[in-house]
Design a binder for this molecule. Structure first.
Ligand code: ATP
Ligand code: MG
Length: 356
């Protein structure tokens, strides 16, 4: 493992901001800490960077315990939540700062700074001041300042959060390409689930100082272990249900008047009579006028509301006593529905959460 975090805890007063957090990040991968505001993401990153000392636990980089090393000797660099550019220094001097502190000679400094600025698309802008740059350009300076010292592990704390949606999306793509090209290990912090899903090889979802679940974006999105997680990473239908019987690879559940045999989640023990929740993503359904033939599990309902989102039409459909969120892709290609409808869903798209 390139970065290993073992049982780290950080308390401020009596409250634990980070509470027994462990994870491993392989070399060259894009790892993300995702979670709501205040869950301990920045505190975790600061401990890895060496700006906070953990109250307990170990941090290893490249097989070496770094707890006792100062920040500048860990092989890490951090891009801060607010960029933290030096306003009284030019772009060049901002980027050169770490090399100057490290005592690198002028010709080497010049070459590395100019190469890095070109690399992040800011070639020729070294003479500008931070206040003469757009938010997106400032963000690139912050990344360049971290990259120029050639860290082993780059730590990025919500670097895109101050930007507009379009630019954020563009820089997301650029960051991912950059990371791949350098083969550098990234630890990225965000509270934005789309960002986490689209960028990461691996995500740890944090809540109240703990890692609630870690895995690939696919695992986190489709096989969340808790209702909190299911809801945090996207729109979802979480429906209370009861376990009727447990088979080898399948489990039969009932909810309202409905009964379905669905896939049994791995690594979770379920027993007959247990109260659980079914997790169904809005885009997993097919929606059709009432009377259509169903494909799998069929639910009759009535449209309560709808919202046109451009790439999808989102319907809220009353089924039994609950409103279900159902997304229909490419609304321009189909008629807009109203009144009585039939929802259908293949049983393998239903995920069981062992929580009531
Ligand atoms: N220096 C500090 N002194 C006291 N409490 C702190 C300090 N830094 C963070 N905390 C507290 O620790 C908890 C975790 O903070 P942290 O900054 O790690 O959250 P975060 O996940 O980065 O949130 P955000 O998404 O808002 O940046 C919060 O309750 C915060 O108030
Ligand atoms: Mg933070």
């Amino acid at each position: 493992m390139h970065l290993r975090v073992s049982h780290i805890t950080k308390r401020f007063g009596s409250a634990a901001a980070v509470d027994d957090v462990s994870f491993d990040v392989p070399k060259g991968s894009f790892a993300t800490l995702l979670g709501p505001s205040g869950c301990g993401k920045t505190t975790t990153l600061r401990m890895i960077a060496g700006f906070y000392e953990p109250d307990a636990g170990d941090i290893e980089i490249g097989g070496r315990r770094v707890n006792d090393l100062p920040a500048h000797r860990r092989g890490t660099a951090m891009v801060f939540q607010d960029y933290a550019l030096f306003p009284h220094m030019t772009v060049y001097d901002n980027v050169a700062y770490g090399l100057r502190v490290a005592g690198r000679p002028r010709p080497e400094r010049d070459k590395r700074v100019n190469d890095t600025l070109t690399f992040v698309g800011l070639g020729g802008m070294g003479g500008r001041w931070p206040n003469q740059l757009s938010g997106g350009q400032q963000q690139r300076v912050a990344v360049a300042r971290a990259l120029v010292i050639e860290p082993q592990v780059l730590l990025l704390d919500e670097p895109l959060s101050n930007l507009d949606a379009k630019l954020r999306e563009q820089l997301r793509v650029e960051l991912r390409i950059l990371q791949r090209r350098l083969g550098m290990t990234f630890v990225y912090v965000t509270h934005d689930q789309d960002e986490a899903l689209s960028l990461s090889d691996w995500i740890a979802v944090m809540n109240a100082g703990k890692v609630e679940q870690a895995g690939t974006p696919w695992e986190i999105y489709y096989h969340p272990r808790t209702a909190f997680l299911a809801d945090f990473v996207g729109a979802v239908n979480l429906v209370p249900a009861r376990v009727e019987s447990v088979g080898d690879g399948s489990v039969t559940v009932s909810f309202g008047p409905h009964r379905a045999s669905v896939r049994r989640p791995v690594d979770v023990s379920l027993s007959t009579g247990q109260e659980v929740r079914l997790c169904m993503r809005p885009e997993s359904f097919t929606i059709a006028p009432a009377g259509a033939s169903a494909n799998g599990l069929a639910l009759s309902g009535t449209i309560a509301r709808r919202a046109f989102l451009g790439d999808t039409m989102r319907y809220w459909v009353k089924v039994d006593d609950r409103e279900w969120i159902v997304d229909q892709p490419d609304p321009g290609a189909t008629e807009t529905l109203d009144g009585a409808v039939l929802l259908s869903l293949r049983p393998e798209r239903v995920h069981v959460i062992a929580e009531s």
